[in-house]
Design a protein around this ligand. Structure first.
Ligand SMILES: CSCCC(=O)/C(O)=C/O
Ligand SMILES: [Fe+2]
Length: 179
């Protein structure tokens, strides 16, 4: 199993639609790795006692975790939160998310500033590097349950674009030029 990703069209239609180009232009996992995005496929049915997840957490230092159910009736301030998540932003730390149920999209910028859409389903664990511009949305099923992981005390602060003056952004851009 691999991660599915594609270049997005530029239509203003509902953000929860797939927004594929016609013909579809897929983005292989190797290209995502070049952008600093990494991925594991796990068995979400056993997330509470999964040795594979434990191993990743230990190796990567993901000491913090919590779980969010992202659905109108379970997430307080749902509409505003979804607007915030879909506003292009970066973080000063890696964003690490593990989908336990449902589906969602992460959109990331490539080196030419084009949007790539990554679809995440049950069992997908993804890491986005600190400094990458990105956004998040539910798909048309309007539901996902996601584990958030973090190294140490979590910092959820998002800096909306433009945020080019941050050292972490400059470091990220430099890492792309080097690769
Ligand atoms: C998938 S968890 C909620 C979204 C979020 O925390 C974030 O930063 C999206 O980019
Ligand atoms: Fe984010």
């Amino acid at each position: 199993m691999t991660l599915e990703a594609w270049y997005m069209d530029s239509s203003e239609e509902d953000q929860r639609k797939p927004h594929r180009l016609n013909p579809n232009q897929p983005v292989p996992l190797e290209d995502l790795n070049q952008l600093g995005v990494f991925y594991w496929k796990l068995n979400a049915d056993i997330y509470e006692a999964d040795p594979e997840l434990e191993k990743i957490r230990k190796e990567q230092g993901y000491t913090y975790m919590d779980i969010l159910s992202i659905r109108k009736d379970t997430l307080p301030d749902y509409e505003n939160k979804l607007k915030t998540f879909f506003t292009e932003h970066l973080h000063l730390d890696d964003e690490i998310r593990y989908i336990l149920d449902g589906r969602a999209y992460f959109d990331i910028r490539d080196k030419q500033d084009r949007w790539i859409r990554i679809v995440l389903g049950k069992g997908d664990l993804i890491t986005l590097p600190a400094g990458i511009y990105h956004r998040f949305t539910l798909d048309e099923t309007d539901y996902t349950k996601v584990m958030r992981l973090f190294v140490g005390e979590p910092v959820w602060k998002a800096y909306n674009r433009p945020a080019d003056d941050f050292e972490i952004r400059q470091k990220y851009v430099a890492s792309l030029k080097a690769s």
